[in-house]
Design a protein around this ligand. Structure first.
Ligand SMILES: NC(=O)C1=CN([C@@H]2O[C@H](COP(=O)(O)OP(=O)(O)OC[C@H]3O[C@@H](n4cnc5c(N)ncnc54)[C@H](OP(=O)(O)O)[C@@H]3O)[C@@H](O)[C@H]2O)C=CC1
Ligand SMILES: Nc1c(N[C@@H]2O[C@H](COP(=O)(O)O)[C@@H](O)[C@H]2O)[nH]c(=O)[nH]c1=O
Ligand SMILES: [Zn+2]
Length: 332
Protein backbone atom coordinates (compact mmCIF):
# COMPACT_ATOMS: atom_id res chain seq x y z
CA UNK A 1 0.00 0.00 0.00
CA UNK A 2 1.21 3.51 -0.76
CA UNK A 3 2.45 5.52 2.16
CA UNK A 4 0.26 8.42 3.13
CA UNK A 5 2.68 11.29 2.51
CA UNK A 6 0.26 13.90 3.82
CA UNK A 7 0.31 12.49 7.34
CA UNK A 8 3.87 11.23 7.31
CA UNK A 9 5.66 13.01 10.20
CA UNK A 10 9.01 12.47 8.38
CA UNK A 11 7.94 14.80 5.56
CA UNK A 12 8.86 18.46 5.99
CA UNK A 13 5.75 20.56 6.51
CA UNK A 14 5.07 23.39 4.07
CA UNK A 15 5.56 26.71 5.81
CA UNK A 16 2.16 28.32 5.35
CA UNK A 17 3.02 31.76 6.68
CA UNK A 18 5.83 32.32 4.11
CA UNK A 19 4.48 33.41 0.74
CA UNK A 20 6.41 31.84 -2.12
CA UNK A 21 7.71 33.64 -5.18
CA UNK A 22 5.18 31.84 -7.38
CA UNK A 23 2.39 33.22 -5.19
CA UNK A 24 3.74 36.76 -5.43
CA UNK A 25 3.99 36.35 -9.20
CA UNK A 26 0.39 35.16 -9.44
CA UNK A 27 -0.91 38.35 -7.80
CA UNK A 28 1.51 40.56 -9.72
CA UNK A 29 0.28 39.01 -12.97
CA UNK A 30 -3.23 39.96 -11.92
CA UNK A 31 -1.97 43.55 -11.35
CA UNK A 32 -0.58 43.60 -14.91
CA UNK A 33 -3.86 42.26 -16.36
CA UNK A 34 -5.80 44.92 -14.46
CA UNK A 35 -3.37 47.65 -15.52
CA UNK A 36 -3.89 46.82 -19.21
CA UNK A 37 -7.53 47.89 -18.89
CA UNK A 38 -6.16 51.43 -18.63
CA UNK A 39 -4.46 51.23 -22.04
CA UNK A 40 -6.69 53.95 -23.53
CA UNK A 41 -7.57 56.06 -20.52
CA UNK A 42 -4.41 56.29 -18.42
CA UNK A 43 -2.24 58.04 -21.03
CA UNK A 44 0.05 59.95 -20.60
CA UNK A 45 0.22 58.36 -17.16
CA UNK A 46 1.56 54.81 -16.85
CA UNK A 47 -0.83 51.85 -16.67
CA UNK A 48 -0.95 50.51 -13.12
CA UNK A 49 -2.86 47.68 -11.42
CA UNK A 50 -3.15 46.76 -7.75
CA UNK A 51 -4.61 43.92 -5.65
CA UNK A 52 -5.03 43.58 -1.89
CA UNK A 53 -4.63 40.07 -0.51
CA UNK A 54 -5.36 38.58 2.92
CA UNK A 55 -4.72 34.89 3.67
CA UNK A 56 -4.78 33.94 -0.02
CA UNK A 57 -8.00 35.84 -0.76
CA UNK A 58 -8.20 38.98 -2.91
CA UNK A 59 -10.26 41.47 -0.91
CA UNK A 60 -9.75 44.43 -3.23
CA UNK A 61 -8.41 45.30 -6.65
CA UNK A 62 -8.23 48.28 -8.97
CA UNK A 63 -6.36 49.98 -11.79
CA UNK A 64 -5.65 53.49 -13.03
CA UNK A 65 -8.68 54.03 -15.25
CA UNK A 66 -8.32 57.61 -16.40
CA UNK A 67 -5.62 60.27 -16.49
CA UNK A 68 -6.09 62.80 -13.68
CA UNK A 69 -8.39 60.45 -11.77
CA UNK A 70 -7.74 57.95 -8.95
CA UNK A 71 -4.57 55.83 -9.04
CA UNK A 72 -4.70 52.01 -8.95
CA UNK A 73 -4.10 51.76 -5.17
CA UNK A 74 -6.93 54.23 -4.42
CA UNK A 75 -9.34 52.16 -6.52
CA UNK A 76 -8.13 48.92 -4.90
CA UNK A 77 -8.80 50.28 -1.38
CA UNK A 78 -12.17 51.69 -2.50
CA UNK A 79 -13.23 48.22 -3.68
CA UNK A 80 -12.65 46.60 -0.26
CA UNK A 81 -16.03 45.74 1.25
CA UNK A 82 -16.86 47.24 4.66
CA UNK A 83 -16.94 43.76 6.22
CA UNK A 84 -13.29 43.21 5.15
CA UNK A 85 -11.86 46.57 6.27
CA UNK A 86 -10.74 45.12 9.63
CA UNK A 87 -8.47 42.68 7.74
CA UNK A 88 -6.24 45.43 6.29
CA UNK A 89 -3.57 45.23 9.05
CA UNK A 90 -2.93 41.64 7.86
CA UNK A 91 -3.04 42.53 4.15
CA UNK A 92 -0.40 42.52 1.43
CA UNK A 93 -0.91 45.17 -1.25
CA UNK A 94 0.49 44.29 -4.67
CA UNK A 95 1.11 47.06 -7.19
CA UNK A 96 2.78 46.84 -10.60
CA UNK A 97 4.55 50.25 -10.24
CA UNK A 98 6.04 51.91 -7.18
CA UNK A 99 3.37 53.93 -5.30
CA UNK A 100 3.66 57.67 -5.87
CA UNK A 101 5.02 59.97 -3.18
CA UNK A 102 4.25 63.37 -4.71
CA UNK A 103 1.21 65.62 -5.02
CA UNK A 104 0.36 65.45 -8.71
CA UNK A 105 -3.24 65.49 -9.90
CA UNK A 106 -4.02 63.31 -6.84
CA UNK A 107 -2.44 63.00 -3.34
CA UNK A 108 0.42 60.51 -2.73
CA UNK A 109 -0.60 56.84 -2.76
CA UNK A 110 2.25 56.03 -0.35
CA UNK A 111 0.48 58.15 2.31
CA UNK A 112 -2.83 56.41 1.66
CA UNK A 113 -1.21 52.97 2.03
CA UNK A 114 0.39 54.06 5.32
CA UNK A 115 -2.91 55.43 6.65
CA UNK A 116 -4.69 52.18 5.73
CA UNK A 117 -2.08 50.30 7.79
CA UNK A 118 -1.39 47.31 5.52
CA UNK A 119 1.30 44.87 6.66
CA UNK A 120 3.27 44.47 3.46
CA UNK A 121 3.63 46.00 0.00
CA UNK A 122 4.92 44.11 -3.05
CA UNK A 123 6.07 46.36 -5.91
CA UNK A 124 6.64 45.25 -9.53
CA UNK A 125 9.15 47.92 -10.52
CA UNK A 126 10.52 51.26 -9.38
CA UNK A 127 8.90 54.32 -10.98
CA UNK A 128 11.63 56.10 -13.02
CA UNK A 129 9.60 59.32 -13.02
CA UNK A 130 11.91 61.84 -11.36
CA UNK A 131 9.25 63.02 -8.88
CA UNK A 132 8.94 59.45 -7.50
CA UNK A 133 11.98 57.28 -8.39
CA UNK A 134 12.40 55.32 -5.14
CA UNK A 135 10.86 57.90 -2.81
CA UNK A 136 7.52 56.07 -2.58
CA UNK A 137 9.24 52.86 -1.45
CA UNK A 138 11.42 54.76 1.01
CA UNK A 139 8.38 56.45 2.56
CA UNK A 140 6.60 53.11 3.07
CA UNK A 141 9.70 51.55 4.67
CA UNK A 142 10.16 54.54 6.99
CA UNK A 143 6.58 54.00 8.16
CA UNK A 144 7.52 50.42 9.14
CA UNK A 145 5.83 48.64 6.23
CA UNK A 146 7.72 45.66 4.79
CA UNK A 147 8.33 46.33 1.07
CA UNK A 148 9.38 43.74 -1.50
CA UNK A 149 10.51 45.20 -4.85
CA UNK A 150 11.00 43.52 -8.25
CA UNK A 151 8.38 40.78 -8.56
CA UNK A 152 7.85 40.23 -12.35
CA UNK A 153 10.03 43.32 -12.78
CA UNK A 154 10.74 42.74 -16.48
CA UNK A 155 7.06 42.32 -17.30
CA UNK A 156 6.14 45.41 -15.26
CA UNK A 157 8.79 47.49 -17.05
CA UNK A 158 7.67 46.16 -20.45
CA UNK A 159 4.05 47.08 -19.65
CA UNK A 160 5.04 50.75 -19.38
CA UNK A 161 7.92 50.76 -21.86
CA UNK A 162 6.61 53.92 -23.60
CA UNK A 163 6.31 55.92 -20.37
CA UNK A 164 9.64 54.61 -19.03
CA UNK A 165 11.56 55.34 -22.23
CA UNK A 166 10.27 58.92 -22.34
CA UNK A 167 11.24 59.44 -18.70
CA UNK A 168 14.66 57.80 -18.80
CA UNK A 169 15.98 58.34 -22.34
CA UNK A 170 14.16 61.67 -22.93
CA UNK A 171 12.77 60.44 -26.25
CA UNK A 172 9.73 58.42 -27.37
CA UNK A 173 9.82 54.60 -27.55
CA UNK A 174 10.53 53.83 -31.22
CA UNK A 175 8.86 50.99 -33.10
CA UNK A 176 10.07 50.32 -36.65
CA UNK A 177 7.47 48.53 -38.72
CA UNK A 178 7.52 47.25 -42.25
CA UNK A 179 5.80 44.69 -44.47
CA UNK A 180 7.85 42.71 -46.98
CA UNK A 181 7.39 40.09 -49.65
CA UNK A 182 8.81 36.59 -49.35
CA UNK A 183 11.79 37.64 -51.49
CA UNK A 184 12.49 40.66 -49.27
CA UNK A 185 10.99 43.72 -51.00
CA UNK A 186 8.84 46.46 -49.46
CA UNK A 187 7.28 47.52 -52.77
CA UNK A 188 6.89 46.11 -56.27
CA UNK A 189 9.39 47.66 -58.65
CA UNK A 190 9.19 51.00 -56.81
CA UNK A 191 5.37 51.01 -56.70
CA UNK A 192 3.44 50.64 -53.42
CA UNK A 193 1.87 47.21 -53.15
CA UNK A 194 -0.53 45.51 -50.72
CA UNK A 195 1.48 43.06 -48.62
CA UNK A 196 -0.87 42.80 -45.64
CA UNK A 197 -4.13 40.85 -45.57
CA UNK A 198 -7.26 42.28 -43.87
CA UNK A 199 -6.45 40.61 -40.55
CA UNK A 200 -2.84 41.86 -40.40
CA UNK A 201 -3.94 45.34 -41.56
CA UNK A 202 -6.19 45.34 -38.52
CA UNK A 203 -3.17 44.53 -36.33
CA UNK A 204 -1.23 47.40 -37.93
CA UNK A 205 -4.07 49.79 -37.14
CA UNK A 206 -4.19 48.49 -33.56
CA UNK A 207 -0.49 49.30 -33.24
CA UNK A 208 -1.17 52.76 -34.73
CA UNK A 209 -3.94 53.30 -32.16
CA UNK A 210 -1.45 52.47 -29.40
CA UNK A 211 1.18 54.88 -30.79
CA UNK A 212 1.21 58.61 -30.06
CA UNK A 213 2.95 59.52 -33.33
CA UNK A 214 3.62 57.87 -36.69
CA UNK A 215 6.34 58.71 -39.18
CA UNK A 216 7.15 58.11 -42.84
CA UNK A 217 10.04 59.31 -44.97
CA UNK A 218 9.59 62.07 -47.51
CA UNK A 219 9.72 59.70 -50.52
CA UNK A 220 6.88 57.59 -49.15
CA UNK A 221 4.95 60.78 -48.37
CA UNK A 222 5.42 62.13 -51.90
CA UNK A 223 4.69 58.80 -53.61
CA UNK A 224 1.77 57.55 -51.52
CA UNK A 225 0.31 60.44 -49.53
CA UNK A 226 -0.44 57.89 -46.77
CA UNK A 227 -3.27 58.63 -44.35
CA UNK A 228 -1.56 56.75 -41.48
CA UNK A 229 -4.76 56.87 -39.44
CA UNK A 230 -6.74 54.28 -37.45
CA UNK A 231 -9.50 52.92 -39.72
CA UNK A 232 -9.47 49.17 -39.10
CA UNK A 233 -9.40 49.38 -35.30
CA UNK A 234 -10.83 51.77 -32.73
CA UNK A 235 -8.91 54.49 -30.94
CA UNK A 236 -7.09 57.73 -31.50
CA UNK A 237 -5.19 58.57 -34.70
CA UNK A 238 -1.48 59.08 -34.01
CA UNK A 239 0.12 62.43 -34.87
CA UNK A 240 1.48 62.17 -38.42
CA UNK A 241 5.12 63.19 -38.92
CA UNK A 242 7.10 63.26 -42.19
CA UNK A 243 10.90 62.96 -42.03
CA UNK A 244 12.67 65.16 -44.57
CA UNK A 245 16.08 66.79 -44.90
CA UNK A 246 14.57 69.93 -43.31
CA UNK A 247 15.29 68.29 -39.96
CA UNK A 248 17.45 65.60 -38.33
CA UNK A 249 16.21 62.57 -36.39
CA UNK A 250 17.63 63.84 -33.02
CA UNK A 251 15.94 67.24 -33.56
CA UNK A 252 12.69 65.54 -34.39
CA UNK A 253 12.87 63.24 -31.36
CA UNK A 254 13.56 66.10 -29.00
CA UNK A 255 10.59 68.05 -30.31
CA UNK A 256 8.39 64.94 -29.86
CA UNK A 257 9.74 64.58 -26.31
CA UNK A 258 8.84 68.22 -25.64
CA UNK A 259 5.28 67.41 -26.74
CA UNK A 260 5.18 64.44 -24.31
CA UNK A 261 4.89 61.98 -27.20
CA UNK A 262 5.74 58.64 -25.58
CA UNK A 263 5.77 56.36 -28.62
CA UNK A 264 6.68 56.73 -32.27
CA UNK A 265 5.80 54.17 -34.91
CA UNK A 266 8.05 54.39 -37.98
CA UNK A 267 6.38 52.92 -41.09
CA UNK A 268 9.25 53.36 -43.56
CA UNK A 269 10.46 53.31 -46.31
CA UNK A 270 13.94 51.86 -46.59
CA UNK A 271 16.04 55.05 -46.21
CA UNK A 272 14.05 56.11 -43.18
CA UNK A 273 14.30 52.74 -41.42
CA UNK A 274 18.01 52.57 -42.21
CA UNK A 275 18.54 56.04 -40.71
CA UNK A 276 16.94 54.97 -37.44
CA UNK A 277 18.83 51.65 -37.39
CA UNK A 278 22.21 53.27 -38.17
CA UNK A 279 21.67 55.78 -35.34
CA UNK A 280 20.66 52.87 -33.06
CA UNK A 281 17.48 54.83 -32.35
CA UNK A 282 14.93 52.03 -32.12
CA UNK A 283 13.43 49.85 -29.40
CA UNK A 284 11.17 47.37 -31.16
CA UNK A 285 10.78 46.09 -34.73
CA UNK A 286 7.58 44.65 -36.24
CA UNK A 287 7.97 42.81 -39.54
CA UNK A 288 5.27 41.21 -41.64
CA UNK A 289 6.16 38.78 -44.41
CA UNK A 290 3.73 37.83 -47.20
CA UNK A 291 3.95 34.42 -48.90
CA UNK A 292 4.40 35.82 -52.46
CA UNK A 293 7.41 37.15 -54.40
CA UNK A 294 7.73 40.24 -56.63
CA UNK A 295 11.22 39.80 -58.11
CA UNK A 296 12.34 43.42 -57.84
CA UNK A 297 11.67 46.60 -55.89
CA UNK A 298 12.93 48.50 -52.85
CA UNK A 299 14.82 46.14 -50.55
CA UNK A 300 13.55 45.53 -47.02
CA UNK A 301 15.90 46.84 -44.30
CA UNK A 302 18.48 44.50 -42.75
CA UNK A 303 17.49 43.36 -39.28
CA UNK A 304 20.10 44.76 -36.84
CA UNK A 305 22.39 42.22 -35.15
CA UNK A 306 21.28 43.29 -31.66
CA UNK A 307 17.60 42.46 -32.32
CA UNK A 308 16.06 39.60 -30.36
CA UNK A 309 12.91 37.80 -31.56
CA UNK A 310 10.17 37.77 -28.90
CA UNK A 311 7.05 36.93 -30.90
CA UNK A 312 6.20 35.08 -34.11
CA UNK A 313 2.69 34.39 -35.44
CA UNK A 314 1.23 32.94 -38.62
CA UNK A 315 -2.01 34.50 -39.89
CA UNK A 316 -3.24 32.40 -42.82
CA UNK A 317 0.19 32.49 -44.47
CA UNK A 318 1.26 36.04 -43.58
CA UNK A 319 3.82 35.90 -40.79
CA UNK A 320 4.38 38.58 -38.16
CA UNK A 321 7.55 38.97 -36.09
CA UNK A 322 8.27 41.21 -33.11
CA UNK A 323 11.87 41.90 -32.09
CA UNK A 324 13.30 43.99 -29.26
CA UNK A 325 16.77 45.38 -28.72
CA UNK A 326 18.91 42.80 -26.92
CA UNK A 327 20.98 45.31 -24.96
CA UNK A 328 18.14 47.81 -24.56
CA UNK A 329 16.38 49.05 -21.50
CA UNK A 330 13.91 46.16 -21.63
CA UNK A 331 15.37 43.48 -23.90
CA UNK A 332 17.77 41.94 -21.33
N1 LIG B 1 6.00 47.80 -47.23
C1 LIG B 1 6.17 48.74 -46.33
O1 LIG B 1 6.05 48.50 -45.13
C2 LIG B 1 6.50 50.12 -46.77
C3 LIG B 1 6.93 50.38 -48.04
N2 LIG B 1 7.27 51.66 -48.41
C4 LIG B 1 7.80 51.88 -49.74
O2 LIG B 1 9.13 52.36 -49.63
C5 LIG B 1 9.45 53.18 -50.75
C6 LIG B 1 10.14 54.45 -50.31
O3 LIG B 1 11.32 54.17 -49.58
P1 LIG B 1 12.62 55.09 -49.74
O4 LIG B 1 12.79 55.42 -51.16
O5 LIG B 1 13.72 54.41 -49.06
O6 LIG B 1 12.22 56.46 -49.04
P2 LIG B 1 11.69 56.93 -47.63
O7 LIG B 1 10.20 56.86 -47.61
O8 LIG B 1 12.44 56.29 -46.55
O9 LIG B 1 12.04 58.49 -47.68
C7 LIG B 1 13.38 58.90 -47.80
C8 LIG B 1 13.47 60.38 -47.50
O10 LIG B 1 13.19 60.61 -46.13
C9 LIG B 1 14.06 61.63 -45.64
N3 LIG B 1 15.01 61.05 -44.69
C10 LIG B 1 15.34 59.75 -44.51
N4 LIG B 1 16.28 59.64 -43.53
C11 LIG B 1 16.53 60.90 -43.10
C12 LIG B 1 17.37 61.43 -42.11
N5 LIG B 1 18.18 60.66 -41.37
N6 LIG B 1 17.37 62.76 -41.92
C13 LIG B 1 16.57 63.57 -42.64
N7 LIG B 1 15.74 63.12 -43.61
C14 LIG B 1 15.72 61.79 -43.83
C15 LIG B 1 14.78 62.19 -46.83
O11 LIG B 1 13.92 63.19 -47.34
P3 LIG B 1 14.37 64.35 -48.39
O12 LIG B 1 13.60 64.01 -49.59
O13 LIG B 1 13.90 65.64 -47.80
O14 LIG B 1 15.83 64.29 -48.55
C16 LIG B 1 14.84 60.98 -47.74
O15 LIG B 1 15.05 61.28 -49.07
C17 LIG B 1 8.13 53.45 -51.44
O16 LIG B 1 8.05 52.71 -52.64
C18 LIG B 1 7.08 52.97 -50.48
O17 LIG B 1 5.94 52.47 -51.12
C19 LIG B 1 7.18 52.69 -47.53
C20 LIG B 1 6.74 52.48 -46.26
C21 LIG B 1 6.40 51.16 -45.78
N1 LIG C 1 1.69 48.40 -48.25
C1 LIG C 1 1.67 48.09 -46.93
C2 LIG C 1 2.07 49.03 -45.97
N2 LIG C 1 2.51 50.27 -46.32
C3 LIG C 1 2.60 51.37 -45.36
O1 LIG C 1 1.32 51.89 -45.04
C4 LIG C 1 1.22 53.24 -45.48
C5 LIG C 1 -0.16 53.54 -46.02
O2 LIG C 1 -1.00 53.78 -44.93
P1 LIG C 1 -2.54 54.22 -45.18
O3 LIG C 1 -2.55 55.40 -46.11
O4 LIG C 1 -3.06 54.55 -43.82
O5 LIG C 1 -3.22 53.02 -45.76
C6 LIG C 1 2.30 53.37 -46.52
O6 LIG C 1 2.75 54.67 -46.70
C7 LIG C 1 3.39 52.52 -45.94
O7 LIG C 1 4.04 53.20 -44.87
N3 LIG C 1 2.03 48.64 -44.67
C8 LIG C 1 1.57 47.41 -44.29
O8 LIG C 1 1.54 47.09 -43.08
N4 LIG C 1 1.18 46.52 -45.20
C9 LIG C 1 1.21 46.79 -46.50
O9 LIG C 1 0.81 45.93 -47.30
ZN1 LIG D 1 -0.39 57.17 -6.84
Amino acid sequence: MQENKVNNPEQPQLERSETTNATHERYMRRCIDLALNGREGAKPNPMVGSVIVVDGRIIGEGYHIEYGKAHAEVNAFASVEAKDEHLLPKATLYVSLEPCSHFGKTPPCADLIISKGVKKVVVGCVDPYSEVSGRGIERLRKAGIEVLVGVLEKECLFLNRFFITLNTLQRPYIILKWAQTLDGFIDCNGEATAISIPFTSMLVHKLRAESDAILVGNNTEKKECPRLNVRHWSGRDPKKVVLSSKTTIPELLSSLHAENIQSLMVEGGLKTHNSFIEADLWDEIHIETAPFTVGKGTRAPQIPANAKLIEHEDWDGNQTFVLVKESGLLGK
